[in-house]
Design a protein around this ligand. Structure first.
Ligand code: IMP
Length: 186
């Protein structure tokens, strides 16, 4: 069984679609270190969560990286969403040259079981546009990928291409390989 340390049940549903083992949600508010590197933040978080929970756990950390702002808000995405809101992020991006409005969602999944912490990264390219659509959450209405914003896509269509699903797919492959090697080792 895998324990996903998150307060977001939507993420847990998505993880269950990708991972071969049972996924249980654990609510534990681990401290987030300050870093420009998502993998470092996720790795520190999962180490802390493992120490607290004492069982194999994973966490994820995501952000929106906007080219014109040199990757900002990146690891500060949640703070910026809460303080400025996505409409104002769009208005800031709108002032930039159109071909500078490229962006990327990135997610790092980090897993700890007492051995080396493993991290898996997924990302999806897109561009920042005026808000459209009422689906999804967070920055979805201003993130366009192949002509549609994430907020205009069904959950399945978004999950098929999303940063989080790509990171989860890598994590799932790693689990499958690890289980296969441990079976062969028996
Ligand atoms: P967290 O890693 O889930 O805390 O997400 C950090 C920030 O990125 C929050 O502001 C989320 O709303 C935003 N975010 C993460 N994933 C997505 C997504 O799939 N769509 C839109 N916003 C997202």
């Amino acid at each position: 069984m895998l324990r996903f340390v998150t307060s977001n049940p939507g993420k847990v549903r998505e993880a269950r679609e990708y991972l071969p083992e049972t996924v249980e949600q654990v609510e534990y508010d681990y401290p987030e270190i300050q870093s420009a590197d998502l993998a470092e933040i996720a790795a520190a978080g999962v180490r802390d969560a493992f120490e607290e929970i004492g069982e194999p756990v994973f966490v994820d950390d995501s952000g929106l990286f906007i080219d014109a702002f040199d990757g900002f808000p990146g690891p500060y995405s949640s703070y910026v969403e809460g303080r400025l809101g996505i409409e104002r992020v769009w208005r800031l991006a709108e002032r930039e040259n159109e071909n500078e409005r490229g962006a990327r969602f990135r997610t790092v999944v980090a897993y700890a079981d007492g051995g080396t912490v493993e991290t898996f990264e997924g990302s999806v390219p897109g561009r920042i546009v005026a808000p459209r659509g009422d689906g999804g959450f967070g920055y979805d209405p201003i993130f366009e990928h192949r002509g549609r914003t994430f907020a205009e896509m069904s959950t399945d269509a978004k999950n098929a291409v999303s940063h989080r699903s790509r990171a989860l797919a890598k994590f799932a492959d790693w689990i499958a390989q690890r289980d296969e090697s441990s079976r062969e080792g028996r």
